[in-house]
Design a protein around this ligand. Sequence first.
Ligand SMILES: Cc1cc2nc3c(=O)[nH]c(=O)nc-3n(C[C@H](O)[C@H](O)[C@H](O)COP(=O)(O)OP(=O)(O)OC[C@H]3O[C@@H](n4cnc5c(N)ncnc54)[C@H](O)[C@@H]3O)c2cc1C
Length: 402
Amino acid sequence: MYNLELPKKLKASANQAHQVAAQIFRPISRKYDLAEHEYPVELDTMAAMVEGLNDSGGDIGGASGGRSGSKTEIIGNANGGNMSALLNALETSWGDVGLMLSIPYQGLGNAAIAAVATDDQLERFGKVWASMAITEPSFGSDSAAVTTTAELVGDEWILNGEKIFVTAGERSTHIVVWATVDKTKGRAAIKSFVVPRDAPGLSVARLEHKLGIKASDTAVLVFDNCRIPKDNILGSAEVDVKKGFGGVMQTFDNTRPLVAAMAIGVGRAALEELRGILADAGVEVSYDIPPMSQHAAAAEFLRMEADWEAAYLLALRAAWMADNKKPNSLEASMSKAKAGRTGTDVTLKAVELAGTLGYSQHTLLEKWSRDSKILDIFEGTQQIQQLIVARRLLGKTSAELK
Ligand SMILES: Cc1cc2nc3c(=O)[nH]c(=O)nc-3n(C[C@H](O)[C@H](O)[C@H](O)COP(=O)(O)OP(=O)(O)OC[C@H]3O[C@@H](n4cnc5c(N)ncnc54)[C@H](O)[C@@H]3O)c2cc1C
């Protein structure tokens, strides 16, 4: 039997994240939307809180992927770190997704580390703030086209290349970088490396100006003979052509449901705001009358709410599967495709239905419609998620269906 209620323990941590979102993020949301690239000093308060919670075994912001320092023990049917991270990401994104992406120690690179690090690496990297650098000037969606190189010289890896559009790339303490250890061996040679911000040869070339999530820094990083210790490689250094791309791609199974959760959080914010505006305008949304017998705006609201619910449940399923060590690539992509699309649809439709209030800066609706678009782009676009879903359902390889 399905039980769609959240367990008490998860409710408590999601509630805590919601308080942070409501009390710290919402009041400064517009301020940092208008002050792009200005460091949100309020995050320092958050950093102290997150550090305190990490020390006591808690997790507030939401992208650590459930393994902040030690392996999560899963026995039988469990709701573990992935589920908790997902709910926290959802709640904090309800507050402000740009600020959520700037929460110290909770970068997407942390989820990547959590997904594949050894116990020893978790000891070393469990408490860092890690961003994720895959994209390069020559590619975005085709992540097998990595040209950044990593060469082992003595006890160090030497990295050379350029990474663009790195979320939290300037503020994070570490960067998880995808690089090839052997260009002649194709995708199997692509490995991920944990690069400390102060590694010699690493520099921030510039920050991007963007449509939305302006509170989040998006950096161009240059690796010029950048040196890192030999054991900063995540997973094995061995190039197994048979295993192919599996190692690094596995990180997406943890991060995609989290990005889905961000879209679901922003979508819920827009739906709540819209419901209030409709009520003020005298439009009642009823669950007892068929949508087609209600005000057109109410019918549209009910459609969006149903879509939102579907996105929410798909994301919960993907995270639950990860917690229970079930292969979830298909479900992770499904959840991100559905949530990414629903997030942009709901937030833009809310602007439309709220009329002048929606388009103006009197509410945050116009901001959310700008913020949500990226959630349907990074960590794999809408089209790429659909491609992955199609490949999995039809049993086709990436060479057969591209
Ligand atoms: C604000 C922001 C933050 C980002 N943060 C990060 C980050 O932290 N780390 C990181 O590594 N990257 C990051 N990115 C990069 C992001 O992951 C890429 O933009 C994304 O993967 C798409 O790549 P692209 O922009 O090169 O588009 P392209 O790959 O050139 O795609 C262009 C269009 O073609 C479509 N398309 C591509 N291939 C196919 C196909 N086979 N079939 C059908 N359609 C296809 C795409 O869906 C898209 O609509 C960020 C980007 C932005 C804008």
